[in-house]
Design a protein around this ligand. Structure first.
Ligand code: NAD
Ligand code: SER
Length: 323
């Protein structure tokens, strides 16, 4: 018997923090020719553009997306195009338009063309009334526009599954920490920037205070969670399909600084909180991911110590190669 051909995958927002690593993982799995990366922007020399098919596409242009889907016989969309929290609160209208309007286009195309969809949610769905350790099921009352768009996204995704049978799945990603691509305008960006500054200058001025504690995750865990969720048999996926809580590790900035200081002597972090402190304060400290564990076997691998070691090792090596 011959093996089934790999599915054809379209990734929107592919040049962002997650797309840079998810596209590579999907190309390793399905082959370079089966994974089409797309984004509204182009970045000269970006590895995702160099190593496979790349198309510029605005997710608000439904006709352009439909042409890509038709011409390439797309089977699955990983829909990463979005405006993150810090950028979104500066321009809420754009945030609403891209995050809700873009997803509406993707879901409607998925219904019309029989596609599967991955659509990320976020810890930003929670608001100040959520317990510090966020349950899977709890009232979702975010105070940011970004958080509201993520709640709307979960509601829309569930609707398309329940009413139209579109197999759409999503994760409430924590703040993601990675070294291959910069963070894309979120509140949790401090936990990425701090490593770049530690390696380059040994100093960082942090835009949230020392006691700020948020759910975080190393990118390798996030990519694995994404692939595992999409691989899980449909019968194992519960009503949380549009926004499973997943936990990586949870730490305060003080704890992060202490761990970095073990490797970088004299590392100095000062604090100059701005508006992003408010957004961080409205989110929980950690999340309960027991449903993801029970339904599809989720288990994070990276704790703070290993995450810091990976970040510092890789950024130091990258810096040495660049110099
Ligand atoms: P990012 O900002 O790094 O990348 C988003 C990409 O979308 C960018 O490359 C941008 O050019 C593109 N884009 C913006 N508007 C577009 C449009 N109209 N059409 C097409 N492309 C457009 O974001 P990311 O960190 O890779 O996040 C991807 C998804 O994961 C988003 O839905 C985000 O809300 C979610 N998420 C991310 C994190 C995190 O910490 N990175 C945490 C929780 C949830
Ligand atoms: N990391 C994201 C942000 O801060 C959370 O969705 O916007």
């Amino acid at each position: 018997m011959s093996e089934a051909p790999p599915p054809t995958v379209l990734v929107t927002g592919a040049l962002g923090q997650i797309g840079t690593e998810l596209v590579s993982a999907l190309r390793d799995r399905y082959g370079n020719d089966s994974v089409i990366a797309s984004d509204i922007r182009e970045i000269d020399g970006h590895p995702i553009i160099k190593n496979g098919t790349f198309l510029t596409a605005d997710v608000l242009d439904k006709e352009a997306l439909e042409i890509i889907i038709d011409e390439n016989n797309v089977d699955i969309i990983y829909h990463l195009a979005a405006i993150l929290s810090a950028t979104g609160e500066k321009n809420p209208e754009l945030c609403e338009r891209v995050n809700v309007g873009g997803l509406a286009n993707v879901l409607e195309l998925a219904r019309e063309h029989g596609l599967r969809v991955f659509s990320p949610s976020s810890i930003a769905v929670f608001g100040p009334d959520c317990p510090n350790h966020a349950p899977q099921l709890t009232p979702l009352n975010p105070t940011t526009t970004y958080g509201e768009t993520k709640v709307s996204g979960e509601v829309m995704a569930r609707y398309y599954w329940e009413v139209h049978g579109v197999d759409v799945r999503g994760l409430r990603y924590p703040g993601l920490i990675s070294w291959k691509a910069p963070a894309g305008g979120g509140t949790t960006d401090y936990a990425v920037e701090i490593f770049h500054h530690a390696v380059k200058t040994g100093k960082y001025s942090c835009f949230v205070g020392p006691d700020t504690r948020l759910p975080m995750m190393y990118m390798d865990d996030a990519i694995r969670a994404t692939l595992e969720l999409m691989d899980a048999p449909v019968d194992s996926i519960s009503e949380s399909r549009a926004g499973y809580n997943i936990s990586g590790c949870s730490f305060s900035v003080t704890e992060l600084v202490a761990e970095i200081s073990k490797s970088i002597d004299q590392f100095e972090c000062t604090y100059s909180p701005d508006i992003r402190q408010e957004y961080a304060d409205s989110w929980p400290d950690s999340v309960d991911d027991s449903e993801a564990r029970n339904d599809w076997g989720w288990n994070a691998e990276f704790e703070l110590e290993q995450l810091v070691s990976e970040m510092l090792t890789n950024l130091t090596r990258t810096r040495e190669v660049e110099e």
